[in-house]
Design a protein. Structure first.
Length: 583
C-alpha cells in the first residue's frame, strides 16, 4: 500500500489506531512487567471498591446516631470510620505507586518501540524524503509518545475503577431505593430502583451534552501538537546554524520565521481554550448540581417517612458513587480527546515507518541482491529522483547498461550536468528504493559509503573516529597513526575529549577525520560521493594520496574530481537523463 494510503487509512479509523497500538504493546519487551502491575492494580482497585462499599454502609448508623443524639453510638461509629479510612488510605498509597510504575513501563515500552521503528534500516531517511511526517518527527517520538503512554495508563485505570464502583454500588442503590413509596394526594406508588434510573438519566444527559460541546477537541489537540512541533523545529534549526545566521545578519529574518511558528501555536491554543471553556459549562454545571440532585431525588421518600435520615444520606452517598462512575466519561472528555490526538499522531508515524520497512520489490522498485562472484553489478539501472504516488517524475540511468566492478578496480561515475549523483549513491547504499534494474553488492564484503557531508555525533573523539563501530575494537596506536596520516596530528592528544565536533572542526578537518575512520576500519570496498569537492589543495592532495595507497580496496567515486581520476587512473562511467515514466 502506498504511504499516502497508509496514512489516510490510519487517520480515518480509530480502531486501526487501536490495532497499531496493541501491536506495539504485544511486541514490547516490557509487556510482561506491565501485565504484572496491571494485575496488582486490579486487586488493589477491587479491595478499594469493597472498602468504599463498607464506608457507604457506615453512613446509615452514623447519621442515625446523630439523629438520635446517641453519643456512645456516635463515638463507636467514629472508631469504625478510623479503621475503614485507614485501610482505604493504605490502598490509595499502594495504588498511586502502582499507577506510576505502570505509566513508567508503558512509557519505556512505547518510546523504545517507536524509536526502534524509526531507526530501523533507512526508514527514517526514506520517510523524510517522501512524507511531511519525516521532516520533524521529534514531537511524535518524544512528547506525543510520553502523553500517550501516561494517559493510556491513567485513563485505563480510571475507567476500570469507575466500572468497579458502578458494579459495586448500583446494586446497593437499587436495594436502597427499591422499597421507596411515593404519595401524591391519596395515590401511592413505587418505582423499583428509581434512584438508579435517576442516576442513569442524569449521567446520560451530561454525557450527551459533553459529546455535543467537545466533539472538536481531538482535532484541535492534534493540530496544536503539530504546531508545537513546527515551532521546536524552527528553534532547533536556528540554533544549529547560528554562525551562518550571524554572518548573514539574518537574525531579523529568523526572528520573523520563529514568530510565525509561534503565532501558529498561539492560534491553536486559542481555539483549544475556547473549546475547553465551552466544555467547562457542562462538566462544572453538572458537577455542582450533583451535590443536591441525589438528595432531591430521595427526598420524597424521606418526607413520606419511608426512610430515616441515615437511610437518606446512605442513599445519597450511593447515588453519588453511581453517578461518579457513570460520569467518568464526562469528567474525562477533555483528557480522552487529548489521548486520541496523541494516539493518532503516534500510530500514524508508526504505521508509516512500518510501511517503509515492507517488501519494496515490484513495479517502480530497485532489486537489491548479492553477487556470488565477489563483484559489484549495476544491471539496467534507472534511478527515479522524484516520485509522486506511483509516478516517477524525473529519472536518470547508467549509459553502461551492465556495469561490473571487480575487486581492486577504480571507477569514477559522473555524467550529464544537473544529474543528482547523490541519489545513485543512496541507491547503492540501499536506502533509496525507487527506480528499475538490479544492484548486486559483493557478498560478505566490508563496504563503507562516505557521503560528501558526514555525521559527527556528540561524544568523545575516539568514538567519532571509530563510528559506527565500537571504539574498543581499535587501539590508541591505530587511532593516532590514522590521525597523523590524514594531517590531524594536533588531535592525537584529544581522543578522550568530548565536544560538539561538527562546530570545533572545519570542513577539511571533518573530511580528514572521515578518512582516518576509513584507515582504521580498512574496508574491502569504498564508495564515495564527491568527498574531494571544495577542499583545500593540500587536503585534497593528502587524501588523494591515501586513496592511491589503498591497493587492496576497491574504489568507486561518484563525482567529477580530476585529482582522483589522475591519481588512480579510474575508468569513467556515465549517467544520463531519461524521460520520466511510470515508476
Amino acid at each position: 500500500m502506498a504511504l499516502g494510503n497508509v496514512v489516510a487509512d490510519v487517520e480515518s479509523s480509530f480502531w486501526r489506531q487501536i490495532d497499531i497500538a496493541s501491536d506495539s504493546f504485544w511486541k514490547s519487551s516490557v509487556r510482561n512487567r506491565i501485565l504484572v502491575f496491571a494485575a496488582a492494580l486490579i486487586v488493589v482497585i477491587l479491595a478499594t471498591a469493597y472498602g468504599t462499599v463498607i464506608l457507604n454502609q457506615w453512613n446509615a448508623p452514623f447519621y442515625n446516631a446523630l439523629e438520635r443524639r446517641d453519643l456512645a453510638a456516635f463515638l463507636n461509629e467514629l472508631r469504625n470510620f478510623a479503621f475503614i479510612a485507614g485501610a482505604l488510605l493504605v490502598l490509595n498509597v499502594i495504588q498511586a505507586w502502582l499507577n506510576q510504575m505502570t505509566a513508567l513501563h508503558m512509557r519505556e515500552g512505547l518510546s523504545r518501540d517507536v524509536v526502534d521503528q524509526w531507526l530501523n534500516g533507512a526508514r527514517a531517511y526514506r520517510l523524510s524524503l517522501s512524507s511531511p511526517l519525516g521532516v520533524n518527527p521529534d514531537q511524535r517520538l518524544h512528547e506525543d509518545a510520553r502523553k500517550l503512554a501516561e494517559m493510556t495508563t491513567s485513563l485505563a485505570i480510571g475507567l476500570f475503577n469507575a466500572t468497579v464502583l458502578l458494579v459495586s454500588f448500583i446494586g446497593v442503590l437499587w436495594s436502597l431505593s427499591n422499597d421507596f413509596t411515593f404519595r401524591i394526594g391519596q395515590t401511592s406508588f413505587h418505582v423499583p430502583g428509581y434512584m438508579v434510573w435517576g442516576a442513569l438519566v442524569y449521567a446520560l444527559l451530561a454525557s450527551l451534552l459533553s459529546e455535543l460541546v467537545g466533539r472538536s477537541l481531538s482535532k484541535l489537540n492534534a493540530e496544536r501538537y503539530g504546531r508545537e512541533a513546527d515551532l521546536r523545529f524552527s528553534l532547533m534549526r536556528a540554533n544549529e546554524n547560528l554562525e551562518a545566521i550571524a554572518l548573514a545578519h539574518g537574525e531579523e529574518t529568523e526572528r520573523r520565521h520563529i514568530h510565525q511558528s509561534l503565532d501558529g501555536v498561539l492560534g491553536s491554543i486559542r481555539h483549544l481554550a475556547l473549546a475547553l471553556t465551552n466544555l467547562t459549562w457542562v462538566t462544572a454545571g453538572f458537577g455542582w448540581l450533583a451535590i443536591i440532585v441525589p438528595i432531591l431525588i430521595a427526598s420524597p421518600a424521606y418526607f413520606a417517612g419511608t426512610i430515616t435520615f441515615g437511610g437518606l444520606m446512605m442513599a445519597a452517598a450511593a447515588f453519588t458513587q453511581v453517578y461518579s462512575a457513570l460520569r467518568w466519561y464526562v469528567d474525562n472528555f477533555g483528557a480522552i480527546a487529548d489521548w486520541r490526538a496523541a494516539l493518532l499522531r503516534v500510530t500514524v508515524l508508526r504505521a508509516a515507518l512500518v510501511s517503509m520497512g515492507e517488501d519494496q520489490r515490484g513495479a517502480g522498485r530497485l532489486e537489491f541482491t548479492q553477487s556470488d562472484d565477489g563483484t559489484l553489478r549495476l544491471d539496467n539501472l534507472e534511478i527515479c529522483t522524484r516520485v509522486q504516488g506511483d509516478v516517477c517524475e524525473s529519472a536518470f540511468r547508467l549509459r553502461e547498461r551492465n556495469l561490473v566492478v571487480a575487486p581492486g578496480d577504480r571507477v569514477m561515475i559522473n555524467g550529464d550536468q544537473g544529474i543528482n549523483r547523490k541519489m545513485l549513491f543512496h541507491a547503492m547504499a540501499g536506502i533509496w528504493p525507487f527506480g528499475r534494474g538490479r544492484i548486486a553488492l559483493p557478498r560478505d564484503q566490508d563496504i563503507i559509503f562516505v557521503p560528501q557531508t558526514g555525521y559527527l555525533p556528540e561524544g568523545r573523539l575516539r568514538s567519532l573516529l571509530a563510528y559506527p563501530v565500537a571504539s574498543a575494537r581499535f587501539s590508541d596506536a591505530e587511532m593516532i597513526e590514522a590521525l597523523r596520516a590524514v594531517g590531524l596530528a594536533d588531535l592525537t592528544g584529544r581522543l578522550d575529549e568530548r565536544g560538539r565536533w561538527e562546530r570545533i572542526l572545519d570542513k577539511d578537518q571533518q573530511m580528514a577525520l572521515a578518512f582516518a575512520n576509513i584507515l582504521i576500519r580498512k574496508p574491502r570496498w569504498l564508495v564515495m560521493h564527491d568527498v574531494l569537492e571544495g577542499l583545500e589543495p593540500d587536503t585534497e592532495r593528502r587524501l588523494t594520496s591515501i586513496l592511491t595507497q589503498m591497493q587492496e580496496t576497491t574504489l568507486i567515486y561518484l563525482g567529477r574530481s580530476l585529482a582522483f581520476a589522475d591519481a588512480t587512473g579510474a575508468s569513467a562511467v556515465h549517467l544520463e537523463k531519461i524521460e520520466a515514466e511510470r515508476a
